[in-house]
Ligand binder design. Structure first.
Ligand SMILES: Nc1ncnc2c1ncn2[C@@H]1O[C@H](COP(=O)(O)OP(=O)(O)OP(=O)(O)O)[C@@H](O)[C@H]1O
Ligand SMILES: [Mg+2]
Length: 659
């Protein structure tokens, strides 16, 4: 049921603006008698635009009404002069408009029929739509008892709110798109706060730290200035699948990849069997020795650790040396009477050739394991790790409702960010698949600056890794109650298969043609006409559209109560500060140049009073130029040490110590 209490007839005679003169399948032409008057009409305190582009209009089609939007209005031929108030009286004119047909509705109840049920006829009457009706229609067929998120208002009438249910906005994922500065981060903030207020559960991945002021629990990844032992989280490398380690270390496919794989396994064995080796040989540096050793015990251990969930851990800093151990001949030589025969049961001696091929990998490993910026990943100190944090957060008994992960201190180098976000996505998908996240306990994931993470392939051709975990969430997450809200300034970077899964879009100003095309392809309901509004949207305005919205509409997104802190440089403020030097009265009086104020102020000047001949009244002050006056200052002022500067009026020395 529609919230019909709010509905009233769209056919108010005082709002009539014209009639249909030309009908085609998707638009009509109309006479708009009041559009040429130069100003809007007023009726009972309501402004009736009566002929402004982007105005909504109802067309009376008998049983049904058609909701349309005025997209073009003009005057024909010589009538164009009639609006030129200077050259001619505001005379009679007959403006013509093109109205794009959006959807059919039942004029009595406001119920929406998708598509155009019956087309207007020639002469059908046209009414300017009351903003309240538009707001009711935009809400669509929602129940009165459903939660409504108060996210926007009409751009030309801030008293009319546009609210949407969380199901419409989020249940099929949501994208917030727009060129830089359009208002995406503001919108994300607003959405977060609405979710928070209504008791929703949300995780915010904050790549820039601009949401630091939001009122929610925050964890920092990496070396952030606000991070401490309580709020730092790590993602230990050994909790990543091998493919991520490969993406990170980029081994060459032929020689390096198999060595890296076996080195990781050897390190897992070395850790597991440290101190209780049996026939496995692990040296005092925790390196599993392979050359001339028996294969069988190692293979047995391998079988064991592959199945054992407690044997996942391995040490990154030993990896380089372990790879050296992996570079051995595949078989050894028999000892005893047949020294020339091959012994399959042991590894051979070290192979310098293989080691040579692995040198570049080894040096990469060494440099990463010493990199301080990657301490949250590589051999991290003990602490809370992100998979555990997400386990706890997604648990239905968790009382945390919103969580912010601040990624601003994660470096771009070595694809650390992309791999991290991808791993987070994978973990979330695991939680959804195992039932921790479900329809009764749904989770929303907000990602700003998503172009940094989505649709990325890292590594070279041979070892290319697709970062597809958020793509998988887009495709599959909905089944489990795991939804994403992605914000990006580069819609064309969102993979087509992800975009096609997105059910609602908040599109801020978009100027790039390719980006507009992407948005159009994503949503069938967006046509050329609606798209043509995109480049002209102002800050905070957006086109709201999607599968569950009856028609695309331009709205003004509401500002969040807590604003994101913009990270762009504020040149004019910074530059002004540079030059805002404090000039004391004495500095001004003596007219000391700005760049020498410091030289002057470090001097320890003694101001003496000049009491004239009578000796009982101070006329002025004077001082002796001190011996440590800088040469620049002397030169600029024409001073020399030991001379006196006289006749300084009393008032300029108000705050100075005088005698
Ligand atoms: N709903 C709004 N109402 C009024 N002003 C807004 C609104 N949204 C954004 N603005 C203005 O626009 C500016 C830029 O907004 P915002 O930082 O959200 O842009 P953005 O799209 O996230 O940009 P970027 O791509 O650079 O991150 C804000 O500083 C604010 O002044
Ligand atoms: Mg932003």
């Amino acid at each position: 049921m529609m919230s019909s209490s709010a509905w009233f007839s769209p056919y108010d005679p005082s709002r009539r603006v014209g009639s249909v003169i030309n009908v085609s399948p998707s638009e009509v032409k109309a006479n708009l008698s009041d559009a040429g008057s130069g100003e809007a009409k007023w009726h009972l305190g309501d402004r009736i635009p009566a002929g402004e582009v982007n105005e909504f209009m109802f067309i009376d089609c008998g049983q049904t009404a058609v909701l349309g939007r005025l997209v073009h209005v003009w005057l024909d031929g010589a009538e164009r002069l009639s609006v030129d108030a200077i050259s001619m009286d505001n005379g009679l004119n007959n403006p013509i408009g093109i109205i794009q047909l959006l959807t059919s509705i039942d004029p009595a109840s406001g119920a929406i029929f998708r598509g155009i049920k019956s087309h207007p006829r020639l002469g059908s009457q046209i009414y300017s739509a009351h903003p309240k009706l538009i707001s009711t229609l935009a809400e669509g067929d929602s129940n009165d008892d459903e939660i409504k998120l108060d996210i926007a208002e009409l751009p030309y009438d801030s008293t009319v709110n546009i609210t949407v249910t969380p199901d419409k906005l989020f249940a099929r994922h949501c994208a917030v798109l727009g060129a830089t500065g359009g208002g995406k981060s503001y919108s994300i903030s607003r959405l977060m706060q609405e979710v928070q207020q209504n008791g929703g559960k949300a995780l915010l991945l904050d790549p820039t730290g601009e949401y630091a002021d939001l009122d929610c629990e925050t964890y920092y990844v990496g070396d952030h200035e606000k991070a401490n032992s309580e709020n730092s989280v790590i993602f230990p490398h050994w909790k990543l699948p091998e493919s991520d380690i490969f993406a990170f270390l980029r081994p060459s496919a032929q020689t390096q990849s198999p060595k890296l794989s076996s080195a990781i396994l050897s390190q897992r064995i070395a850790r597991r069997y440290y101190g209780k080796y049996g026939e496995i040989k692990v040296n005092e540096n925790h390196i599993l020795i392979k050359s001339n050793q028996k294969k069988e015990p190692v293979n047995k251990a391998l079988n064991f650790i592959e199945k054992d969930p407690n044997s996942k851990r391995w040490c990154f800093k030993h990896l380089a040396e372990q790879i050296v151990q992996e570079c051995v001949w595949p078989t050894g030589k028999k000892t005893g009477p047949y020294p020339q025969e091959i012994d399959e049961s042991i590894w051979g001696a070290a192979s310098d050739g293989e080691l040579g091929y692995c040198m570049s990998l080894i040096s990469r490993i060494k440099s990463y394991s010493e990199n301080q910026h990657l301490k949250w990943l590589i051999d991290p100190p003990d602490g809370k790790d992100i998979p555990t944090l997400l386990d706890e957060f997604s648990a239905s008994r968790s009382n945390k409702r919103t969580l912010r992960l601040d990624l601003s201190a994660v470096p771009f180098e070595a694809n650390g960010r992309e791999i991290l976000v991808n791993a987070i996505g994978r973990k979330l998908m695991d939680l959804a698949r195992n039932g921790s996240i479900n329809h009764r306990n749904p989770l929303l994931v907000f990602i700003d600056e998503a172009h940094q993470f989505l649709n990325k392939t890292i590594g070279d051709e041979a070892s290319a890794i697709n970062l597809d975990s958020f793509g998988n969430i887009a495709k599959e997450g909905r089944k489990y109650g795991l939804n994403v809200v992605i914000a990006t300034q580069r819609p064309r970077d969102i993979p087509e298969d992800v975009l096609s899964q997105i059910g609602s879009l908040i599109v801020h100003r978009l100027t790039n043609y390719h980006d507009q095309e992407v948005v159009k392809r994503a949503v069938g309901t967006m046509d050329q006409r609606s798209a043509s509004f995109l480049p002209t949207l102002s800050q905070g305005e957006a086109l709201l559209l999607g599968i569950d919205f009856p028609f695309p509409m331009t709205v003004k997104m509401k500002k969040p109560k807590i604003k994101p802190t913009s990270k762009s440089a504020e040149y004019s403020i910074a530059w002004k500060q540079e030059y805002k030097v404090v000039r004391s009265p004495i500095v001004d009086y003596l007219d000391i140049p700005n760049d020498l104020i410091h030289d002057f102020e470090v001097l320890d000047i003694e101001y003496l009073s000049d009491e004239g001949s009578s000796g009982d009244m101070t006329y002025s002050y004077y001082f002796e130029i001190p011996s440590d006056t800088s040469e620049e200052l002397q030169k600029a002022m024409g001073w020399s040490i030991g001379e006196f500067v006289r006749d300084i009026p009393e008032h300029v020395l108000d705050n100075q110590t005088t005698e």
